[in-house]
Structure formats: structure tokens, C-alpha cells
Design a protein around this ligand. Structure first.
Ligand code: DAH
Length: 348
């Protein structure tokens, strides 16, 4: 056994030394140390030796195995270094070249973030504060506090995603908020009346997506509560907002609409900018573009927020940022915003 082992070791070591490529090295590795390798086979015969020889032979075999493993590792490192040096000699590499020669790719602010910032700036100029709220919301704030009880049909229009968690006795389950409206109540609870605020944020719906519908989109909520507030203030504020945003005179009009948290409820349209109200595909030949829901804040919402409706009243609105961006830039598919396609993103 000893002689046999010495012979094997010598043979293997010489072969390793001579190997000219890592591929040959791998072959040798398999031949000697692989599962059916020569040394491995010898290790397997250990059990047939008489007990008094077994220990010594075992030690010798393991020592040989370690030696060969080291020889392989050493040779592999040497071969790799030589290959690297050779390729560096071939390729000219100017280490003095400035790293910025080819330019750094600089990201841009996402079109929706740009629009949101513009809206925030305009509303700030008009004295509105900017408020933030949670994307994971309780059923209470998302629905009940806004005058939408559990069995109300309006819940159907805003199906959403529920968080797997036990129902809280007073606030219900947790949901991904379907709109930014819960922050009407949150802000009134926190700051009280009078208040003038907007809440930009991401909202979610359990929606079959198409060119006009997404499961994740962005809204801006607005609210003004004070004494002697009427729909006329809302009309004036929205006309001013849109005119400043588009940089030209925009007209607005109201139509009746239904939302449980306002009474009366209104839809606001603005004059189509693409065709100057002459009629085109975007405004479906009406000259008007549907823009947002709004209305006078329902007494139940004020009461739920701890505000006395006999003293204070006001209005609220909510619009989608994507729709606005689509109108402004002529984008025809809402799914582009979150699609992550750089060809789209980089245009803004
Ligand atoms: N939250 C409504 C929605 O997502 C939009 C809305 C309508 C907001 C009327 C309001 C409002 O504040 O008064 O469909």
C-alpha cells in the first residue's frame, strides 16, 4: 500500500506541475480526487486492511490527499495569474483616462413626482399645507369614518387588498387605502378646524388593469374647512390651480356626482386643452375633460372628525395624478407609469 501510494503521489504531482491549462487541471482533479478517483478508491479499500494497519494507512492516505489538494490550488492560482498577466499585456489599458469621459448616466425625477411637486408648490402658494398619511389604512378611516358603512354599495367600487390580520374591534381590518380621503378625517382629528390642506399619495384598488386602470396609482386630496365656505371657493381655487399648472387660462364646470362623504357631491371637469374645447378624441368631442370628485363635506364626516358642523363647513376634492399627466403629455396607457420602461421614463 505504501509503495502504491508513493507512486500515485509522485505521478499526480508531476502531472499537476505539467498542466498547462485550468481545464487539464480539472481533469486531473477528477482523475485523482474525484468520486471515482484513484486516491479515493484507495481510501475505500481501507476497510479491508487488518485492524493494526488501518490507522496508519488512513493517516498516510489523508496526508496525501491534503498534499494533492494544496498542489491543485497552488497550480490553479499560478495559471490564473499567468493568464491575467498575458491578457493585460495584450490589451492596452490607459489608467490615466478620466472616468467621466463616457459620461455618467444621470437619473431623472419621475414624471409623476414632477407633477406632484408642481401641484404642491401651487397649493402651498395658495395657503394649503401638505399632509402625509399611511398607505396601509384601517377599514375605519378608509370607509366608515367617510360615511361608507360595511354594507354600503360604494364599497364595491373600491375593492382593495386586505392585510391578513385580526380585525380590530373599533377600527376593523387593515387595507391598502383605496383613496387619499381617509386623511380628511386624520388631519381634522390632528389639526382641527379651520384647515386648508392637500394630501398627495399612492392608493390601491383590486382592479383588472387596462389602458385606463391600474391597481396602484396616485391621488391628491384637498380639503378646506372654515366658516362661510361655499362651492364658489372650490370653483375659484380649482380654476386657479389648473390655470397655473397649465400656464394658461383654464375653465372648470361642475356636474352632479355621488360620493358618500360629500353632500352635495360634484364632478369637476376642465376645458380640453388639446383642442381648445373644439372637440377631440381626448375630450370625446365634448370640449371637457373629467377631472375629479368633490363636494361639500358631509356632516357625518365632520362629526366623525370631532368638528362641529354648525360652526364649520367646507369642501373636499380628490383627483388622480396619472390622469392629469396623461392629459398633459398625451400619454395613452396608464400602465406606462409603473412599467419601469426606461424609454418611457427618460422622456421627462
Ligand atoms: N376619494 C374619491 C375617489 O377616490 C375621490 C373624491 C371624491 C375625493 C369626492 C373627495 C371628494 O375628497 O370630495 O374616487
Amino acid at each position: 500500500m505504501n509503495q502504491e501510494l508513493e507512486k500515485l503521489k509522485k505521478q499526480a504531482t508531476e502531472a499537476i506541475q505539467k498542466a498547462a491549462s485550468t481545464a487539464t487541471l480539472t481533469e486531473l482533479d477528477v482523475r485523482y480526487l474525484g468520486r471515482k478517483g484513484e486516491l479515493t478508491n484507495m481510501l475505500r479499500t481501507l476497510k479491508d486492511l487488518p485492524e493494526n494497519e488501518r490507522k496508519k494507512a488512513g493517516q498516510a492516505l489523508n496526508a496525501a490527499k491534503n498534499e494533492l489538494e494544496q498542489a491543485f490550488a497552488h497550480k490553479r492560482a499560478t495559471l490564473e495569474k499567468t493568464a491575467l498577466e498575458a491578457s493585460l499585456k495584450q490589451e492596452f489599458f490607459d489608467i490615466t483616462l478620466p472616468g467621466t469621459l463616457r459620461g455618467h448616466a444621470i437619473g431623472t425625477v419621475h414624471v409623476l413626482s414632477q407633477l406632484q411637486e408642481e401641484a404642491e408648490r401651487i397649493f402651498s402658494q395658495m395657503g394649503f399645507m401638505i399632509v402625509d398619511g399611511p398607505e396601509i389604512e384601517s377599514e375605519y378611516y378608509n370607509f366608515e369614518s367617510l360615511n361608507i358603512p360595511a354594507d354600503h354599495p360604494a364599497r364595491d367600487m373600491q375593492d382593495t387588498f386586505f392585510i391578513k390580520q385580526k380585525r380590530d374591534a373599533s377600527h376593523g381590518r387593515l387595507v391598502l387605502r383605496t383613496h387619499t380621503s381617509p386623511n380628511q378625517v386624520r388631519a381634522l382629528e390632528k389639526y382641527g378646524a379651520p384647515i386648508r390642506m392637500i394630501v398627495p399619495g399612492r392608493v390601491f384598488r383590486n382592479e383588472a388593469t387596462d389602458a385606463r386602470h391600474e391597481h396602484t396609482f396616485n391621488q391628491i386630496e384637498g380639503m378646506l374647512i372654515d366658516k362661510d365656505i361655499s362651492i364658489a371657493t372650490l370653483k375659484g381655487i380649482m380654476k386657479e390651480f389648473l390655470s397655473r399648472l397649465f400656464g394658461k387660462e383654464v375653465e372648470v364646470r361642475f356636474r352632479p356626482g355621488y360620493f358618500p362623504f360629500v353632500e352635495p357631491g360634484l364632478e369637476l371637469d376642465f376645458s380640453c386643452l388639446l383642442c381648445e374645447s373644439k372637440g377631440c378624441r381626448v375630450c370625446k368631442n365634448t370640449g371637457w375633460v373629467e377631472f375629479m370628485g368633490s363636494g361639500m363635506t358631509h356632516e357625518n364626516v365632520l362629526r366623525a372628525s370631532g368638528v362641529d358642523p354648525k360652526i364649520y363647513q367646507g369642501w373636499a376634492f380628490g383627483f388622480g395624478l396619472e390622469r392629469l399627466a396623461m392629459m398633459r403629455y398625451g400619454i395613452n396607457d396608464i400602465r406606462l407609469f409603473n412599467g419601469g420602461d426606461l424609454r418611457f421614463i427618460k422622456q421627462f
